[in-house]
Design a binder for this molecule. Sequence first.
Ligand code: NAD
Length: 258
Amino acid sequence: MGVRFIFEGFMANYDFNGKVALVTGACGGIGKATAAQLLANGASVVLADINAQALEKCRLDLGSLGRSTCITYDAAKPEDADRAIETCSTVFGGLDFLIPAAGIYRDMPIADMSDDQWRETIGVNLDGIFYICRRAIPVLRSGGAVVNITSIAAHMGGSMGHGHYGAAKGGVLTFTRSLARELGPNIRANAVSPGVIETAMVQDMVDVRGAEILKQTPLQRFGQAHEIASVVAFLCSDASGFITGEAIHVNGGFYMGG
Ligand SMILES: NC(=O)c1ccc[n+]([C@@H]2O[C@H](COP(=O)([O-])OP(=O)(O)OC[C@H]3O[C@@H](n4cnc5c(N)ncnc54)[C@H](O)[C@@H]3O)[C@@H](O)[C@H]2O)c1
């Protein structure tokens, strides 16, 4: 299973030898594919996720690709962001690439949303980005990059059925632009805005709305996690050296077509 996972996707080719990356949500579809991509290109990777059991499996699955360590981490807790950044320095001696991919997605109309439900999603998906990015700033080395994972929900004309998620991802988009302004000239900050990518997060949504979404998607399929990972790797690499403050859409044309 591990080996199948690792090699079933396209692997972009970059030289990340000597580089250190922190990937949060590392056990999820996109986080794990991103960690695999960075490891396969020579980076050392700190894998951070709230799911301790899945972390151990993730580290074993990725073990043959390169040097990694894992840390249990809740994106909504500032003290966990402190520990995650500290781990990069103590285990691997620094930080070059930050990819906060931890996230939650709950479908519910705003009319039914409790204050706690609102806060939970904003806490993980938006506060979590601030906590980890702010703490990474003094540690990120020159030439480094932040790649935030936002969503097509940040761009579409109104996120129906998940207003808290859309608000958080819209916040991540504009926060990334502010970060890019403040981190230049030696560190870049960009975002990737996935459309529907086949991971556990959107399984229920795909079951309900999948056919309707495909009708509006020129490429007539959903995305795969490695198709986000390869764009993240591009945005970490020197190949994107003059790109900062941007969000790259990866959605098979759904955004344009919708
Ligand atoms: N899959 C999609 O279609 C899609 C579309 C747009 C954006 N995204 C974004 O991509 C990112 C990755 O999503 P995915 O599709 O891989 O989802 P996923 O559910 O497969 O992975 C999410 C990971 O985040 C972890 N996580 C959840 N809460 C956490 C917390 N509080 N602290 C730390 N880790 C936590 C989970 O344990 C899981 O490993 C998310 O930010 C998501 O919003 C996904």
